[in-house]
Design a protein around this ligand. Structure first.
Ligand code: GDP
Ligand code: IMO
Ligand code: MG
Length: 444
């Protein structure tokens, strides 16, 4: 049985918290795309864990898998594993041998390319983790895969091919100093060492085979999406996107299991009750432009702790965007939604959502395909009655009916607009601060 958890918006919707919530019944949690650009937070009894690469099931001791669709920085992986062990956890993580490896030259190029774009104001605002450059190498068929780290001779051959190209790119195209990121000997030594450690700890797997066996044994598998639908390289506001497919289709390509496996399970879209974004790109419902809007954005940002988990950058904040959610419901084939952060919106002076967009005098209900047109959309807003601040722990204990009536109206509006059920409601960051209406494991 499988449950796929995806971000419906622009990342940071609270996917980690929901994976952890459903993780009690899961035997395996699999990341299927992205890399250490992700920052997933799990809070257990007030203790906070911020995970970039290790799947969020680790906090409960569930086996984690980094699927073939991921790009893996072994430096991050091992330092995260070491940190978790120091905190008393015993993470069991497997890495697909078909996953691609992020090298220091990828991170360097990520930075150089962003700087070059900044001159013309076109930077994406990446996390600087080398994600784009490493997916570029994968598509260009010059990437190094995790399996290659296990064979030092093969690793050397691949590095001898690729490193001079990176050096030339950095020096000749960008007129920068190639530095230690292109020191072939040092790279070979460090990465062969990671290969040895991966081998010794028995961490690598043929991902598709491994997961198929676990499913055949009757295990429950969670696919943990990173990022979100509107920063998906195909379905997001390109080019202000990440370089992978966070949408549910990525769960099949990025693991080696067929679409029927994912489609037979549940697909839950995580919805932040408002909108946040790190990095550039269209955001028609953004709260900005005048003092009143910016004061509201500041209030929500402060209350919601809207500062990047990975980079610490303040996140842009806006009202919930229904065109984005309708797009996500279709692109992911959502069977249910989990709506988080209701507590953050409590007691505001005003509350609204972007119900539709207006573009060139027309009202549209889903985002336009061209990003330039998306930028030009203005929101058609709908006002909602704000709900009061209440004892959210008590509400979490008592369940859905204990939510303020205005909050229930907001959730029911979402259900009706997206034609899908609310499975869970987040009223705080802690595992216990989620109201569960539907247990997805009962549905699969
Ligand atoms: P992810 O990338 O989708 O896993 O989300 P992040 O962990 O980057 O960001 C979500 C933030 O919101 C984290 O700090 C969570 O602990 C927190 N969070 C999750 N659900 C809720 C909620 O319902 N209410 C509040 N106040 N915080 C939440
Ligand atoms: P989680 O999994 C929010 C954004 C970056 C940038 C764009 C491209 O925690 O939701 P990249 O480094 O991937 O090439 O950056 O995507 N971005 C995220 N925004 N949450 C994330 O992950 C993100 N991962 C990447 O800010 O705009
Ligand atoms: Mg995050």
């Amino acid at each position: 049985m499988t449950v796929t958890i995806v971000g419906t918006q622009l990342g940071d919707e609270g996917k980690g918290a929901l994976v952890d919530r459903y993780g009690g019944a899961a035997d395996v949690v699999v990341r299927y795309q992205g890399g250490d650009n992700a920052g997933h937070t799990v809070v257990e009894d007030g203790e906070e864990y911020a995970l970039s690469l290790v799947p969020s099931g680790a906090v409960r001791g569930t086996t984690g898998v980094l699927g073939n669709g991921c790009v893996v920085n072994p430096q991050t992986l091992f330092s995260e594993l070491d940190d978790l062990r120091e905190r008393g956890l015993e993470p069991d993580v497997r890495v697909a041998r078909r996953a691609h490896v992020i090298f220091p030259y990828h991170r360097r190029l990520d930075g150089i390319e962003e700087e070059a774009k900044a001159d013309s104001g076109e930077e994406i605002g990446t996390t600087g983790r080398g994600i784009g450059p490493s997916y570029e190498d994968k598509a260009a068929r010059r990437g190094v895969r995790v399996g290659d780290l296990l064979a030092p001779d093969v690793l050397r051959e691949k590095l001898e091919h690729v490193v001079p190209q990176k050096r030339a790119l950095i020096e000749d195209v960008y007129d920068a100093d190639a530095g230690e990121e292109c020191d072939l000997e040092a790279l070979h030594e460090e990465y062969a060492d990671y290969g040895r450690r991966l081998g010794e700890e028995g961490m690598t797997v043929n991902c598709g085979d491994y997961l198929a066996d676990r499913l055949a044994d009757g295990d429950n598998v969670v696919f943990e999406g990173a990022q979100g639908t509107c920063i998906d390289v195909d379905h997001g506001n390109y080019p202000f996107v990440t370089s992978s497919n966070p949408t549910a289709g990525g769960a099949t390509v990025g693991t080696g299991l067929g679409p029927t496996v994912v489609g037979d399970g549940e697909v839950i879209g995580v919805v932040k009750a408002y909108l946040s974004r790190v990095g550039s790109g269209p955001m028609p419902t953004e709260l900005d432009g005048d003092d009143e809007a910016e004061a509201l954005a500041t209030e929500i940002r402060e209350r919601g702790g809207e500062f990047g988990t990975v980079t610490g950058r303040p996140r842009r904040v806006g009202w919930l965007d229904l065109p984005v959610l309708r797009h996500a419901a279709r692109a992911n084939g959502l069977t249910g939604i989990a709506v988080n952060h209701l507590d953050v919106l409590a007691d505001l002076d005003e509350l609204a959502v972007g119900h539709a967009y207006e573009l060139d005098g027309e009202t549209i209900h889903t985002p336009p395909t061209r990003t330039e047109a998306w930028e030009e959309c203005s929101p058609v807003t709908r006002s909602f009655e704000p709900w009061p601040d209440v004892d959210w722990d008590a509400v979490a204990d008592e369940g859905y009916d204990a939510l303020p009536a205005a909050a229930r109206t907001y959730l029911e509006y979402l259900e009706s607009e997206l034609d899908t059920e609310v499975y869970a409601v987040g009223v705080g960051p802690d595992r216990d601060q989620t109201i569960e209406l539907v247990d997805p494991w009962d549905r699969v």
